[in-house]
Design a protein around this ligand. Sequence first.
Ligand code: FES
Length: 143
Amino acid sequence: MSYNLDTLYRQVIMDHYKNPRNKGVLDGEVLTVDMNNPTCGDRIQLQLQVEDDIVKDVKFDGEGCSISMSSASMMTQAIKGKKLKEALKMSDTFSHMMMGEDIDMEELDLEDLGALQGVAKFPARIKCATLAWKAMEKGFHEE
Ligand code: FES
């Protein structure tokens, strides 16, 4: 299969970039994580509201390329309502996908995230796609 920019910027990626889900700030007692991509300086702020080991709510803010922002949007959608353990498993699966490995997306409920599979062919963009996930992992490990 040949990958090109058209493949990379699939419609679903652009949809999440232009209409990000869960973008903004949360009120109340939340866990806030700031992280940047050292290769470009783009940054993300992730806010997590965790109760009883479940991600009750999550929002993100920041600036970055379409890959990083759409991945953040998809990630927040995927982990909302999930147990921390499930969210971390998704993150692990997503990393494997970014390494170009075959994964079972349906079983892991990764929803739109499959659209980012093509990023694995562009090593320079992998850090863009994993930025929000690394922020989430950092937040959970600080919990
Ligand atoms: Fe900066 Fe993608 S180019 S996060």
